[in-house]
Design a protein around this ligand. Structure first.
Ligand SMILES: NC(=O)CCC(=O)C(=O)O
Length: 278
């Protein structure tokens, strides 16, 4: 494989009520994906806990130090891979966050992203959800570096906010990752559309990573973890069941797309400008 190519695995894992089983399953799937040649392995949003505001306080942990992120650190080191740990409910003093950690092959923590945009929606007759009933929002865009490229992180609802993706592209990211758990209302309508939009607008690869669908849970995830190319095409995907989605990302292709349609250098910063406050 060329040095500019990154083999990534998106782990759409089944998440149940027993935290220790979820963590053990994540480690097992990291091992399987590493065996499949993945250099970076990404887990879904809330991989250690069912997704729901009644569950978050019960499953929350300190970071670092909590059992779920310690298991990710150890797995990254044992299998010699980069691990993007989806998210876990994080406890920090009297506050809870929805937090993604990233681990390098030496067991070093490379990044920690707290979900910036909390999922508060009301679609009458379909779904009402208020993460802000128990979570606090993060305030900082998060990037980290692999030898292949800079990567930007968002968690689920963060994907709806194009400004965050635009900031990541402006910072030099060639890949954006969104562990997420869309549902049976917004999933079919918006999941792929948003992912392709973020990819096309910013001429980056975009990966989404969902839990597998569990029709017995109170919040039913849409699934369909996927990788989209900087051209806006879905290059790897799956349905709703547990799966590992592999994709070989060619970073030279990012440059080719940007050269052919150079929108990123054609911005009219004399007319408008994007800035970040952190
Ligand atoms: N976990 C989430 O943030 C869900 C976001 C979602 O479903 C959406 O439609 O946005």
């Amino acid at each position: 494989m060329a040095a500019s190519t990154l083999r990534i695995a998106l782990v759409q894992m089944a998440v149940g009520e027993v935290k220790t089983k979820n963590v053990a399953r994540a480690v097992q799937l990291i091992k399987e994906a590493a065996g499949g040649g993945a250099q970076m392995i990404v887990l879904p949003e809330c991989f250690n806990s069912p997704y729901g505001t009644t569950h978050f306080p019960k499953y929350a942990e300190d970071i670092p130090g909590g059992e779920s992120t310690v298991a990710l650190r150890d797995a990254a080191k044992k299998f010699g891979v980069f691990v993007v740990g989806g998210s876990v409910p994080e406890r920090d003093g009297d506050k809870l966050f929805n937090t993604c950690t990233v681990w390098g092959p030496q067991g070093n923590m490379l990044a920690k992203h707290r979900k910036i945009h909390l999922f508060d929606i009301n679609v009458p007759g379909s779904i009402v959800f208020r993460e802000s009933d128990c979570l606090t929002a993060g305030n900082t865009p998060t990037t980290f570096d692999l030898p292949h490229c800079k990567i930007g992180l968002g968690i689920c609802y963060d994907m709806r906010f194009s400004e965050l993706a635009n900031i990541y592209s402006k910072l030099g990211c060639k890949l954006l990752l969104y562990p997420g758990a869309f549902n049976m209302t917004t999933g079919p309508a918006h999941w792929e559309l948003l992912q392709r939009a973020r990819a096309l607008d910013n001429q980056v690869y975009v990966g989404t990573i969902s839990p597998a669908r569990d029709t017995s849970s109170s919040y039913i995830a849409w699934g369909h973890s996927s990788m989209v190319s900087p051209w806006g095409e879905v290059v790897s995907t799956c349905e709703a069941e547990e799966a590992i989605v592999y994709a070989d990302l060619d970073m030279d292709y990012v440059a080719k797309v940007r050269q052919m349609i150079p929108v990123l250098t054609q911005k009219r910063n004399d007319v408008y400008e994007l800035t970040t406050k952190t």
